[in-house]
Design a binder for this molecule. Structure first.
Ligand code: PPS
Length: 583
């Protein structure tokens, strides 16, 4: 619970302003020391950071995660998971941990230094290892994200992406991660503090966002700033957001267009390289601490702040106002005041936006939901002026042309001998006959002859194989082509990872070729089932290795007693129904 403030509100504000304007401690060493450390680091074990870890490290080093001085050690981790506080009692709701593989963990021990590098091998920091442990991830999921359910993006990350060992210890910062995009829009906490100080902005309300802004957002942020008698900081997340979100390049171009709509010199925008966890209430408190570190005095918290969507039972993970409640309970300790998000609606008769609770009875209220907006973009339909700004709509249309002009991936999955390749080949020919987009077939057998020729059939190798296929398919999709994949792809989590990668660029159509094991074995076209039964082929899918049946494929094909041509046609009809082709 929040500690009651010993100060009157007025004094509290003055202290808050002093605190938000003074520089915040960073973890970087001087230029000369950094050069020396870089040379010495050549002999240290190196960890290549994942995209999420790079985001975390940047905010650790520049003070965005102050008071953290490094990746959490075990005592702090346990305490954060259980109580939302560091071991010394300081409020900190999110475990900021460095997860590594077993193999890497085996080679390091507490007392040792390790070099943290970006994807190109550039050294960013040294971690002095104090702790190494294997976390109970289910416990972490339940306590931090509210449920051990893979439908939650961060729980999925925890179980299916993160390494199994955590390494903790203080960080010595050498250099920030390099960004080549929107350099002028990126600020460290101290740069923002200095900017506010220079402009005399004593009260600043932050707006956290991971979505494009439309007129309703502009209205609500403007009102929030007026209400708080504060200047406004649009503070969008450009690190990692929810899978499926609009990419940050498009969003930043949209934000720049909206920025012009505010009265001059009231509002600024800065990009935050945060890796969100979509942890709802805990995330809201975390966002508050981060905004405090960036020199803000207020933050807008809305309905379902940082919500992860539905759980695997189809229900919301958190109540719509849980985030506001938790924030309110801790707001004095966070040191930043919450401004409730007003749900703004467009009142047609008055041709303006108004808070939903102030609208007169009987007035005609218009709204376009996120789903409806995506549908209109997909189908090239009108997006009215009252809903968004023409410049924003133009950016979105540019990024999301109608589906019939976008790339997409058809991903067949099923047992060996189920008929994946045969149907995939027939589909390829039909799509080529229709023309319009280049078509590439990534068949299981063919991929294994070239792209994955060195791989076997262990879980690790199968995953690598599917991820390679996914990577190539995502590039094809991104560039407007059609990728048809036809591997066994036996694991749900890997198929999901590929889906997320591809859906960033276009549709992912999962087709389960649902031929039963009995039928595949009866056909046994390549004689592999016989060999597998005799134990001459190990780890054979369906016989001595698992196949996890897709729970919700876009299409399930029954191939028994059905012509190949008909199966391929069923896929085409599905593609037409999804607006991807015109049959
Ligand atoms: S996976 O699991 O997705 O990586 O498999 P995939 O790349 O599709 O490769 C499947 C083809 O390899 C042959 N083969 C095996 N399949 C399954 N298990 C074992 N142990 C195995 N060994 C060889 C088999 O011919 C598969 O081809 P398809 O076209 O599926 O019949």
């Amino acid at each position: 619970m929040g500690t009651p403030s010993p100060f009157s509100t007025a004094i509290w504000y003055d202290l808050m302003q002093l605190a938000t304007h003074a520089p915040i401690p960073e973890l970087y060493v001087s230029y000369d020391s950094a050069q020396k450390l870089k040379r010495e680091a050549a002999d240290l074990p190196s960890w290549d950071l994942s995209p999420r870890q790079i985001c975390d490290l940047e905010l650790l080093m520049n003070g965005g995660f102050s008071p953290l001085k490094g990746f959490l050690g075990q005592a702090d981790y346990d305490s954060v998971v259980d109580t939302m506080r560091l071991a010394d009692g300081t409020l900190w709701p999110m475990p900021i941990t460095l997860d590594v593989s077993d193999t890497f963990a085996d080679g390091v021990a507490p007392g040792q230094d390790i070099a943290l590098r970006d994807r190109e091998g550039v050294i960013l920091a040294i971690l002095s290892v104090t702790d190494k442990w294997s976390p109970d991830k289910s416990r972490e999921a339940a306590a931090v994200f509210g449920a051990d359910d893979d439908a939650h993006p961060a729980v999925n990350y925890l179980h299916n992406e993160a390494g199994s060992v955590y390494i903790g210890g203080p960080i010595t910062g050498i250099q920030p991660p390099v960004h080549y995009d929107f350099k002028m829009r990126r600020d460290t906490p101290n740069e923002l503090r200095a900017y506010f100080r220079k402009l005399g902005w004593r009260r600043v309300v932050a707006f956290q966002t991971r979505n494009p802004l439309h007129r309703a957002h502009q209205e609500l942020t403007f009102r929030a700033a007026k209400e708080a008698q504060a200047n406004l900081l649009i503070h969008p997340v450009v690190g990692l957001t929810k899978p499926g979100d609009v990419d940050h390049f498009t969003r930043v171009r949209c934000y720049e267009a909206v920025l012009d709509k505010y009265p001059a010199s009231t509002t600024t925008m800065s990009l935050l390289n945060l890796a969100m966890r979509m942890a709802g209430p805990r995330e809201a408190v975390w966002h508050g601490l981060i905004r405090k570190n960036h020199g803000c005095t207020h933050m807008i918290v809305g309905r379902d702040h940082a919500g992860p969507g539905k759980n695997s039972a189809g229900e919301d993970f958190y109540g719509p106002y849980d985030a506001q409640e938790l924030f309110r309970a801790h707001q004095e300790e966070i040191g930043i005041e919450m401004v409730d998000f007003k749900h703004m609606v467009y009142v047609q008769d008055r041709a303006q936006y108004e808070p939903a609770d102030e609208v007169e009875d009987g007035a005609t209220v218009l709204n376009i939901s996120g789903t409806e907006l995506r549908r209109r973009l997909r189908e090239g339909l009108e997006i009215p002026e009252w809903f968004s700004f023409p410049e924003v709509v133009a950016q979105l249309r540019d990024r999301y042309p109608p589906r019939s002009q976008q790339g997409f991936t058809v991903f067949f999955t099923g047992l060996s001998g189920s008929g994946k390749s045969t149907v995939a080949n027939a589909l390829m020919v039909k799509l080529m006959e229709m023309g319009g987009r280049p078509v590439t077939l990534l068949d299981g057998d063919i991929v294994r002859k070239n792209l994955s020729s060195e791989l076997g059939f262990s879980k690790e190798h199968r995953d690598l194989n599917i991820r390679r296929i996914g990577y190539v398919a995502s590039e094809i999709t991104k560039n407007g082509g059609i990728a048809i994949c036809a591997p066994i792809a036996p694991y749900t989590a890997t198929r999901r990872a590929v889906r997320e990668e591809i859906e960033a660029f276009g549709a992912f159509v999962e087709v389960h070729v649902a031929t039963s094991l009995e039928e595949c074995e009866r056909r046994d076209r390549k004689g592999l089932y016989k060999l597998a039964r005799e134990g001459k082929i190990k780890e054979f899918t369906g016989i001595s290795d698992p196949y996890e049946t897709p729970a919700k494929p876009e299409l399930s094909l029954d191939t028994e007693n059905v012509e190949v041509d008909h199966c391929a046609h069923q896929v085409l009809l599905k593609l037409e129904q999804m607006g991807l082709v015109a049959v």
